[in-house]
Design a protein around this ligand. Structure first.
Ligand code: NAP
Length: 95
């Protein structure tokens, strides 16, 4: 049997990202739900199902990205799919 693929969806505690996460889980993929608020990501992952885990991740912060990579390395140990859904403004003044 093929190993289960692992996907990370950024900004997936709500909105479109959460729905993408739900559909990936329905397709048999192990999904990491992520958002700046780890508690919101955890609630969404618990709602979505047993093959959804969660991690706190702010895509606008290099430190947060590095911490999430460390969590992925210590957890599933692989990443097959990245859905870069979260939008983050490049400057404090927005787009
Ligand atoms: N909705 C639309 O009509 C529409 C149309 C065109 C394009 N889009 C694009 O589709 C994507 C999703 O839109 P949406 O409406 O579903 O968004 P949303 O409902 O506002 O959801 C945003 C999600 O992203 C997380 N998030 C926000 N900033 C983040 C950051 N810096 N790093 C990581 N996670 C972050 C939020 O949780 P936290 O607050 O906990 O981080 C939340 O889980 C965005 O890229 C948006 O630009 C949406």
């Amino acid at each position: 049997m093929a190993e289960q693929k692992v996907a990370l969806v950024t900004g997936s505690a709500g909105g479109l990202g959460r729905e993408v996460g739900r559909q990936l889980v329905a397709a048999g993929i192990h999904v990491i739900i992520s958002a700046r608020r780890p508690e919101a990501a955890a609630v969404a992952a618990a709602d979505i199902g047993a093959t959804a885990l969660s991690v706190g991740l702010d895509v606008s912060s290099a430190e947060s990205v590095a911490a999430a990579v460390r969590e992925l390395e210590a957890g599933p140990g692989r990443l097959d799919i990245l859905v870069n859904n979260a939008a983050a403004a490049a400057t404090r003044r927005g787009w």
